[in-house]
Design a binder for this molecule. Sequence first.
Ligand SMILES: [Ca+2]
Length: 107
Amino acid sequence: MTRFTLHTSSTSAQPKTLQTKGPVMAKLPQAMAMIRCVFDQYSQKKKTLSKQQVAELLRSEFGLEPGKNAQAEKLFETLDNDGSGAVDFTEFVSFVAALCVVESESE
Ligand SMILES: [Ca+2]
């Protein structure tokens, strides 16, 4: 069983512990690890995704065909928040978070 120790207060003598439910990793840490895993997969463990790698990710994960229209170009520009010409992990996470919001609002 996995135990996480939270030191919530320096005056607290007994640190509070969080327990996950059974041997399975809690869902959110699992989801976070999964996001990192997807990013590493498409970036080939580099720190950023190129336009081509973003296109590959969108094609494989969402069945989108970017690169064929102006919409894809615009999407990449939106993802590349700082205009560096590549999508870093922070920009990728913002994109995933935005997708989660869209997804939950459409329910
Ligand atoms: Ca960028």
